[in-house]
Design a protein around this ligand. Structure first.
Ligand code: DGL
Length: 306
């Protein structure tokens, strides 16, 4: 890790052209970037899969790390930030948006879909593949508290769990660990063990990683569970879904168009950890620009409070 994150502010302005106008102005929508957003660094696991699946796409990534973790925020706060960041990415010319955050998807995808003029892809815990693959019919789910209590998640269980028993465990502390680039300390391993051992004891053979931060903990999880749990990470499925959505809208870039271009990284925090994680776990050495993205809730004086 070499360069220091660059700091600049680019609040969205009322004069920003509409997304469709910008894409049209570029003359070729397929060359516009795809926006990817998460509460923090977790969405980089989705960005990794998107780069592998769609190497021709230019990408803009926003980490809302100043306000992470969303899993401990109220519903209105999450919807407010998701909408503001979606609008900001559209104002930067994004032709499509990946909400690479289970918590934000669970809470606000319907609202954002209604308000944004670009195609949207959300993420959700892999209950369906887990229910299809579990042999013991017992599966664990690690996700944020907000995701687990959402109507959307409960709907997934109703639709796909069938005869499979899902042990749902809020991953308190895990997002914070990844946000400080801790993917393997003794404390983190002890925390993970406290979540995973009861699943093993109950006979689980499958673990749904229901938060995009958690794939970065796969090595630590493997050290604890060995091959007793099959890990379900939906990032590749999300990348394939993005590919389908881009095709449907005639927005897919030619495979070679952005192959050598690094993603544009933004953070609402100082970006140091984002740069570090991207360099060490994704082998992407790119600068991170700090950005101010105002929203209704964060404009208030007590904006740091959930
Ligand atoms: N990566 C986000 C998710 O998938 C983490 C949410 C949070 O910040 O708590 O849910």
């Amino acid at each position: 890790m070499t360069a220091v994150p660059r700091v600049s502010t680019s609040p969205m302005t009322a004069e920003s052209p509409s997304p469709s106008a910008r894409i049209a102005a570029s003359g070729d929508g397929s060359r516009a970037p795809v926006g990817i957003f998460d509460s923090g660094l977790g969405g980089l696991s989705v960005l990794r899969a998107v780069r592998a699946q769609l190497p021709g796409e230019a990408l803009i990534y926003v980490a809302d790390s100043l306000y992470a973790p969303y899993g401990e925020r109220d519903d209105d706060f999450i919807a407010d930030r998701t909408l503001a960041i979606g609008q900001w990415l559209a104002s930067q010319g994004a032709k499509a948006l990946v909400v690479a955050c289970n918590t934000a998807t669970a809470q606000s995808i319907a609202l954002v879909r209604e308000k944004l003029a670009i195609p949207l892809v959300g993420v959700e815990p892999g209950i369906k593949p887990a229910a299809l693959q579990s042999k013991t019919r017992v599966a664990g789910v690690l996700a944020t508290q907000v995701t687990l209590r959402s109507a959307r998640f409960q709907g997934l269980l109703e639709r796909y769990a069938a005869d499979c028993r899902f042990l749902c465990q809020p991953g308190h502390g895990l997002v914070q660990a990844v946000e400080r680039c801790d993917v393997g300390s003794a404390e983190l391993r002890a925390l993970l063990r406290s979540y995973l051992q009861p699943m093993l004891d109950a006979g689980a053979d499958t673990l749904v990683l229901g938060c995009t931060h958690y794939p970065f903990l796969d090595a630590a999880i493997r050290d604890i569970v060995g091959d007793r749990l099959m890990l379900i990470d939906t990032s590749v499925a999300i990348a394939r879904q993005l590919e389908r959505v881009l095709d449907q809208h005639g927005l897919r870039a030619a495979p070679e168009s952005a192959a050598a271009v690094l993603p544009r990284f933004y953070s609402t925090s100082d970006g140091t950890h984002q740069q570090q994680l991207a360099a060490t776990l994704l082998q992407i050495d790119a600068a991170v620009d700090q950005v101010v993205i105002p929203s209704r809730r964060t404009a208030a004086p007590d904006s740091q409070a959930a």
